[in-house]
Design a protein around this ligand. Structure first.
Ligand SMILES: Cc1cc2nc3c(=O)[nH]c(=O)nc-3n(C[C@H](O)[C@H](O)[C@H](O)COP(=O)(O)OP(=O)(O)OC[C@H]3O[C@@H](n4cnc5c(N)ncnc54)[C@H](O)[C@@H]3O)c2cc1C
Ligand code: SF4
Length: 356
């Protein structure tokens, strides 16, 4: 008898939302999560606060996670890995390993929600010196400091007086093959800039950008308040180099509005690193035979009208494993994938009943 279970790979925002919807429909789910707990990047990377209202990230995520813990229809497997899969839509057999033990989970459908990883600025084509200078950090590094209310220069533990964000690090860069926009980093940099101004009111904050790409309502929720209320300085310009002078950093580049070179001392430089598919996303693509786009993200077949179906019937993909996505996108895709999986399950069951 084929299973009526859905197996979800990845317990981040997209996977959690898929699980919640399926369990609410009375459909049993197994969540396979590689890390020790649910929550995905907002928990793992210790985000401070979430857009748009700056709610504490852990509190917000826990509200989504808690209903799944101990839920009778949710079989949660953390520190686990999918090691193999056979069968077809309606009747998959997925091998799941935890702590050296392996078992086979029968599932009618599979939802892949294996997410993204942050761009490694060691691959940056400009010269920003992430691995050379302690006071050059990334957006997720800054999230951790904001969460602890301890935004300091790593080199000396002192609060910075002047901070610069550099946008589009690892995105919109043909030389490294990441031509895409990562969608969230303009908004996240603006959010972090607001939080720095709230935590360190005497600190000057600059955001250097090619062009600001605020996503939907983030324009009025983050961009304008950052400038008007929190006095964050937006500078249209290209920073080509970060140097060290004495115990401070100097950023060098061009102000493209004024058409003149810029050279400014800074205490802390935050690189707005973009999104790339996670290692787990690439591995699951291979294991399940899912086509990937040139950047390694999972290809969905019906875009723009179907964002979750893959080329393999019965296997759906949701969230940032399919491309750069904010939380709203990821959650919506998780819910859509859950619905598509539920439809498939009901059709298979109706077919089986009709055949007697
Ligand atoms: C610095 C920063 C701050 C951000 N802040 C915000 C914000 O405030 N608001 C907002 O809307 N968006 C924000 N985002 C974007 C947000 O992080 C993503 O939209 C969201 O995390 C995507 O959710 P996801 O479930 O698709 O992926 P992820 O969060 O990456 O979760 C994927 C999960 O899958 C697991 N996994 C991976 N591979 C495997 C595997 N093979 N087997 C089992 N499990 C696996 C991972 O361990 C992880 O738990 C931010 C992004 C950055 C870079
Ligand atoms: S969201 Fe902004 S910083 Fe991120 S890649 Fe797009 S334009 Fe660049």
């Amino acid at each position: 008898m084929p299973s009526d279970r859905v197996l979800i790979i990845g317990g981040g925002p997209a996977g959690i939302e898929a699980a919640r919807n399926l369990a609410d429909l009375g459909i049993p789910v197994t969540i396979v999560e590689a890390r020790e707990r649910l929550g995905g990047m907002p928990i793992h990377a210790q985000y401070a606060a979430l857009t748009p209202d700056l709610e504490d990230a852990e509190t917000a995520m826990n509200r989504r996670i808690e209903p799944l813990l101990g839920h009778p229809l949710v079989d949660l497997r953390c520190n686990s890995a999918v090691t193999g899969s056979s069968g077809t839509a309606g009747d998959f057999r997925v091998r799941v390993a935890v702590g050296g033990k392996e078992d086979v989970v029968p599932a009618a459908a599979i939802i892949v929600a294996t997410g993204f990883q942050h761009f490694d600025p060691g691959r940056e084509t400009q010269m920003y010196g992430y691995y050379e200078f302690d006071d050059v950090i990334t957006l997720p590094d800054c999230e951790k400091m904001l969460k602890e209310h301890k935004v300091v220069r790593p080199s000396n533990g002192q609060p910075p007086e002047c901070v610069a964000f550099i946008q589009c690090v690892g995105s919109r860069d043909r030389q490294i093959g990441n031509e895409f926009c990562s969608k969230v980093c303009c908004g996240i940099a603006s959010k972090e800039a607001i939080e720095i101004r709230q935590q360190l009111p005497n600190c000057k904050v600059f955001i250097f950008y090619i062009d600001m790409r605020m996503y939907g309502y983030w324009e009025n929720e983050l961009y304008w308040p950052a400038q008007e209320k929190h006095k964050v300085n937006y500078v249209r310009g290209i920073v080509s180099e970060v140097l060290k002078k004495g115990d401070r950093l100097v950023i060098r580049g061009e102000d493209t509005t004024l058409g003149r070179p810029v050279e400014a001392p800074m205490d802390l430089v935050v690189l707005s690193v973009g999104m790339e598919p996670s290692k787990g996303t690439r591995e699951m693509a291979k294991l399940l035979g899912l086509p990937q786009n040139p950047y390694g993200y999972l290809d969905t077949v019906g875009v723009p009208l179907d964002t979750v179906s893959t080329a393999v019937e019965g296997v759906f993909a949701a969230g940032s494993c399919t491309g750069p996505a904010d939380l709203e996108d990821s959650i919506s895709a998780g819910a859509t994938a859950a619905m598509r999986a539920a439809v498939l399950l009901r059709k298979k069951r109706a077919g089986a009943e009709a055949r007697g």
